[in-house]
Design a protein around this ligand. Structure first.
Ligand SMILES: Nc1ncnc2c1ncn2[C@@H]1O[C@H](COP(=O)(O)OP(=O)(O)OP(=O)(O)O)[C@@H](O)[C@H]1O
Ligand SMILES: [Mg+2]
Length: 423
């Protein structure tokens, strides 16, 4: 199983990453059978109306989305032949997302296992996850067993009496998903599929060996730090911590009593997640809140700034370490961590993550998308880039696709489906 064949060469796809700090839209074309893309248009704007990954103000979110999409459409105008974008694949983020595993058995009765047997198993697993409050986002088969034999990557074509499938089901709260959809649809765009932000970041930045051997992607954005665990070719777990770079900025503004925009500037210019021996002697000038004209500088040691930044990131990594332990996945989580998201650019953050998580840590950036302008080729754009890969290669994990393709096996099941569809 695992990833499917990419969409045919020449297919044009559009991704929309609605984040807490920025909204980004990428339009790209599949250029190779290995799933690489060429960029046709990009647009990004500071986000509004999004908090901790969730849309909290429809009008504001709609306006940022509209502007980012227009900018990308304009850049890709020649390729789109003047037509507006019709559909996008969108990211989903926030604490409402749940990740859980379900194991289901289906009877094979001695025939060859077909695509439809796998679909039947997944459709059956989906029944466990969707509720009145939660909607399915991903249905990922992670493990197959045929007549008790495990270690099977693709059961299709094998013969057996029964097949067991472990599925990783990811759901999100219907309300949060609805608000995201409304803010996008108001810009006259359909959503072709949704993908969890950290999953997309992993699809954009991980090499195949990392996805196979076990790796955790931690996407540190503005309002949320989301993470996804990959193993044996699949995403097997995802979760998040509702804090990110914006929280660091407001910590700085509060402690140094300066404006949020000055705090953001100080963070970008002098910030670090790890202290060094010169920090006590290096002095930085902090504009005091509300004072437009300043007679003398307000100098504070750089060590004070780092002393604000470090504990916040340390806390985020400690929560992630605990959450990873709580999954009970043990060693299969692997020793590798890849950091993405805008805040991963904080100097020293890689070392801090390595220290707290006790893993090998590297910084990630999109690797499957050619022609990205420098300004949008960094780790903050990993999610947008990965949404394209998800749309191209992972349609088999989309719950609606599974339901659309599955055929009921028995007469009773067919009758049930007929009744469901017609009454
Ligand atoms: N060079 C940098 N050094 C440190 N932090 C940075 C840098 N560049 C951006 N950031 C921080 O990255 C954060 C934004 O990251 P990103 O663009 O990934 O967020 P987002 O995707 O909009 O939000 P989220 O995923 O949380 O909903 C901001 O808090 C910003 O301060
Ligand atoms: Mg993000």
């Amino acid at each position: 199983m695992q990833k499917g064949k990419p969409k045919p060469k020449g297919s044009v796809l559009a991704a929309l990453d609605v984040g807490s700090s920025k909204v980004a839209c990428f339009i790209a074309r599949v250029v190779d059978d290995d799933g690489t893309f060429e960029v046709l248009g990009v647009g990004h704007r500071p986000s509004q109306g999004v908090k901790n990954g969730i849309v909290v103000d429809l009008d504001e979110a709609e306006s940022a989305i509209r502007q980012a999409v227009h900018a990308a459409e304009n850049m890709a105008a020649a390729e789109l032949r003047g037509y507006p974008l019709r559909e996008v694949i969108a990211n989903v983020s926030g604490v409402h997302i749940r990740s859980e595993g379900h194991s289901v058995d289906v009877q094979i009765n001695g025939h060859d296992i077909t695509d439809n047997d796998v679909l039947r198993a997944l459709a059956h697993a989906q029944e466990h996850a969707a509720t009145n409050e939660h909607e399915l986002i991903h249905t990922i088969p992670t493990f197959f067993r045929v007549d008790g034999h495990d270690g099977i990557r693709d059961p299709r074509g094998m013969v057996g009496q029964s097949m067991q499938v472990d599925a990783h089901l990811v759901t999100g709260e219907r309300g949060a998903l609805r608000n995201l959809a409304t803010s996008i649809e108001r810009s006259h765009l359909d959503i072709s599929a949704c993908c969890v932000s950290s999953y997309a970041a992993g699809l954009a930045c991980l090499v195949d060996d990392e996805i196979d051997l076990g790796c955790t992607v931690i996407d540190i954005g503005g309002g949320v730090t989301s993470f996804a665990v990959f193993h044996a070719g699949y995403m097997i777990h995802c979760d998040c911590v509702p804090a990110g770079g914006k929280h660091v900025t407001s910590d700085i503004a509060r402690v140094l009593v300066t404006s949020v925009s000055d705090a953001e500037r100080l963070k970008a210019l002098y910030g670090s997640a790890i202290a060094s021996h010169t920090d006590e002697s290096d002095m930085i000038d902090v504009p005091a809140l509300g004072e437009n004209e300043r007679s003398k500088p307000n100098l504070v040691p750089r060590a004070l700034l780092i002393g604000i930044i470090q504990p916040r990131f340390e806390e985020i990594f400690e929560i992630i370490r605990q959450k990873l332990t709580d999954t009970g996945l043990g060693k299969i989580i692997g020793r590798r961590v890849v950091l993405t998201g805008g805040a991963s650019q904080t100097p020293g953050l890689r070392d801090l993550a390595q220290h707290v998580l006790d893993k090998q840590v590297r910084l990630g950036r999109p690797i499957r998308l050619h022609g990205l302008p420098d300004a949008v080729s960094g780790p903050a754009f990993a999610t947008a880039a990965g949404l394209l890969t998800y749309a191209s290669e992972h349609t088999a994990e989309m719950p609606a696709e599974i339901m659309a393709q599955v055929r009921p096996e028995s007469f009773v099941q067919r009758a049930k489906l007929w009744l469901k569809e017609n009454w």
